[in-house]
Design a protein around this ligand. Sequence first.
Ligand SMILES: Nc1ncnc2c1ncn2[C@@H]1O[C@H](COP(=O)(O)OP(=O)(O)OP(=O)(O)O)[C@@H](O)[C@H]1O
Ligand SMILES: [Mg+2]
Length: 337
Amino acid sequence: MLARAIEKVELAKRIQQLEKQLGNKHSFATILGKSKPILLAIEMAKKVAVTDTTVLLTGETGTGKEVFAQSIHQASTRSKNNFVAINCSAFSKDLLESEMFGHKSGAFTGAVVDKRGLFEEANNGTIFLDEIGEMSLELQAKLLRVIETGEFIKVGETKTTKVNVRIIVATHRDLKRKLNPDIFREDLFYRLAVFQIKLPALSERVLDIEVSCKYFVVLFAAKTNKQLKTITPEFLEMLKQHAFPGNIRELKNIIERSVILTTGDALSPDSLPFEIQSKTNTSSGSKILSAFDLASAEKIHIQKVLNYTNGNKTEAARLLNIALTTLYRKLEEYKIS
Ligand SMILES: Nc1ncnc2c1ncn2[C@@H]1O[C@H](COP(=O)(O)OP(=O)(O)OP(=O)(O)O)[C@@H](O)[C@H]1O
Ligand SMILES: [Mg+2]
């Protein structure tokens, strides 16, 4: 009885998490990983979340910098107010200033109405400035002023505006190496780097590949209404041997693709991108195919048709327009079971 009740609660919790993930609203509960480096990063982030301290998140692309920024906001006393994110590398210098601080009508051609900036949107909440290393020196000076006084001047305005905003910044570069009066202000760096959290690359935490993989399978199976029950050991093995330069984002995308491609109830290596299949060696002894190998496409095609016919080989051979004996030979050759 009790076990069943606990199971129910666990399931309810899991669904809640899934919903949050689908809506991309992250909190510490949705951060995946059980390895030491990620648990350490979470612990540090939880400690700083309850303060108003500026946080600098560093780490390779796709390591979860934005996920952590959202989680810190959610765990803070500001969680009821806005979390606003802006990627500093996505705007030209002038546009970024107007986005961040807003402008007065007539400030420049096209500025027909007054515009509130993101700092105002984030008032009493949190602003997340991504790719901070790409910010111009001029804006760096303005940012330093907001950090120190909470004040800024909108583009085309003369009076100051005051806000109460918690600032979280991120970079995938080594900002310290950019410290140079012509590139990145040292005084700003030290204000931003009061509390730095370095997010570990997925390659530094292979243990988390399996944990995250299982989670994303459940997530995307739910999203696509698929009855996926198992992940084959070969599939996991191939993932573990991959370097993941795009980190969790790459893993997430790979799993989404695999789930879409799979029609049966098990995720197998055939659903993985060619680069991963061709780079890895499987212990099952199946033939390793290169991405450009014509046989590679044939193998995947046969697998897809078999999935379509629910494993019925006669039907598959008919659809493939080949003799059943030829199909058996190919199944043997490609080690498709
Ligand atoms: N630890 C994690 N748990 C769950 N999902 C994660 C985790 N890390 C990253 N993700 C997922 O991976 C994707 C990329 O995460 P995010 O945008 O936070 O990375 P990033 O470090 O900001 O990357 P970039 O430097 O490219 O901006 C998102 O879809 C996010 O949901
Ligand atoms: Mg990001």
